[in-house]
Design a protein around this ligand. Structure first.
Ligand code: CA
Length: 413
């Protein structure tokens, strides 16, 4: 028998304490359809039911069980809903009304929490771009001439963004064999990319760029991303238009969207930029859009690396300013993946291709196993935390995926 939870219903020091309050969406036995939710400790609060009972004027936002309505509602409503949640989950006077709407997180199935609109994969880590440049273009400069002048990105495939826990079938495609022949078959260089995803809320006005100073009106929160990558397919196809099928078979995201309101203590200045970017990308003296988020990458339970997000060269605010500078608009549910997060040393690399120097130096796993790229059955988990108030840590949850053989039906959770 478990005792009734204290109030707030999270143990002290829990990564999903009352200062985190990440948003998600679940299905569960005994609950009709999908339900929007908020995590508190090891419990989830049914936000669809809670707003219907306690904040009826905002209930329509959550009636479909997703975060879509909230994302598009804008910063004033984001603040209002978060303030209400904070009251409900910290002030014991609300306990009688709120407690019946809590259920153990272990009893629910978390689903993709919002409809992914457009998905852009950026390339914002100077360390990662340099490492990849050396591997893909050994005879040239590691960074392309444009890299320090604009946030490089490409439009990815939103339809294959899947929630954490969805199996990932090994993709097949065209590749060059070691002997130089052309072959079609299962990827032999299946990799991960540990990234942080920024979720757009408020839409922009078509044709009107979003200046750096307005980023906070549009960017709602963050999730964790594993941008699975088939390096052999990618290497053959990416010239001249960039990645295509080598990154279009699955992109996994964590089930929780942590609002930027929870990450105030994690804000840090981005690294110095040299040369100084053009004025529309120059954030000197502005609100800092770096975040001290510490990622952890594990393979079959063994920690491979701890990539530091604070080292990223380009920020989400700059990515938003650049994306909209040419006339493109953003919509609720647009997802900006940061690009692989890598720090300057191998223990901070966010991909296997970097950790194994292009597959030349296998990683040794406990038990004597060696690994260059992923085998069927491998499970990768990317987790993260960030500074919270008073020396605490805010949790970002995790994104998990297991590789299954080619052609295995995976479905979408
Ligand atoms: Ca990527």
């Amino acid at each position: 028998m478990s005792a009734a939870p204290a109030w707030p219903p999270a143990p002290p020091g829990h990564p999903f304490g009352p200062h985190t309050l990440p948003y998600g969406s679940f299905r569960a036995e005994g609950a009709e359809g999908r339900r929007a939710c908020v995590a508190i400790g090891d419990l989830v609060l049914d936000l669809t039911a809670a707003t219907a009972a306690l904040l009826p004027e905002r209930a329509p936002l959550f009636a479909d069980g997703t975060l879509d309505g909230l994302l598009g509602a804008g910063p004033a409503v984001w603040a209002e809903v978060r303030a209400a949640l904070t009251r409900w989950l910290t002030d014991a006077r609300h306990r009688p009304a709120v407690e019946p709407l809590l259920r153990p997180a272990a009893d629910v199935t978390l689903t993709l929490p919002f409809t992914v609109a457009d998905y852009v994969d950026f390339y914002a880590s100077e360390h990662h771009a340099t490492n990849l440049g050396r591997l893909f273009r050994p005879d040239g400069d590691p960074l392309t001439p444009n890299w320090k002048h604009l946030p490089i990105g490409y439009h990815g495939r939103s339809g294959t963004v899947v929630v954490s826990g969805t199996p990932v079938a090994r993709p097949a495609g065209q590749r060059r064999t070691a002997g130089g022949d052309l072959a079609f078959g299962p990827s032999e260089r299946l990799d991960i990319e540990a990234e942080v995803g920024f979720v757009v809320g408020t839409p922009s006005v078509p044709g009107r760029p979003v200046p750096l100073a307005d980023a906070g009106r549009h960017l709602f929160g963050v999730c964790l991303v594993n941008d699975w990558s088939a390096r052999d397919i990618q290497a053959w196809e990416y010239v001249p238009l960039g990645p295509f099928l080598g990154k279009a078979f699955a992109t996994s995201v964590s089930p929780w969207v942590v609002p930027l309101a929870a990450l105030g203590h994690a804000r840090v200045a981005p690294p110095p930029r040299d040369p100084r970017p053009l004025p529309y990308l120059d954030d000197t003296g502005g609100e800092p859009w770096g975040f001290d988020i510490e990622l952890t990458v594990t393979l079959n339970g063994h920690t491979l690396s701890r990539p530091p997000f604070a080292a990223m060269y380009w920020t989400a605010a700059q990515q938003l300013a650049h994306l909209t500078s040419g006339g493109a608009r953003v919509r609720p549910g647009d997802l900006f993946a940061s690009g692989t997060v890598s720090g300057p040393v191998p223990g901070q690399y966010g991909s296997l291709i970097e950790l194994t120097r292009g597959g030349a130096v296998p990683l040794e796993l406990p038990g004597g196993e060696a690994r260059t790229f992923l085998r069927d059955g491998d499970e990768v988990v990317i987790g993260a935390t960030a500074p919270g108030p008073d020396g605490s840590r805010i949790g970002l949850g995790s994104v998990r995926g297991r590789i299954v053989p080619p052609g295995t039906p995976t479905g979408h959770a």
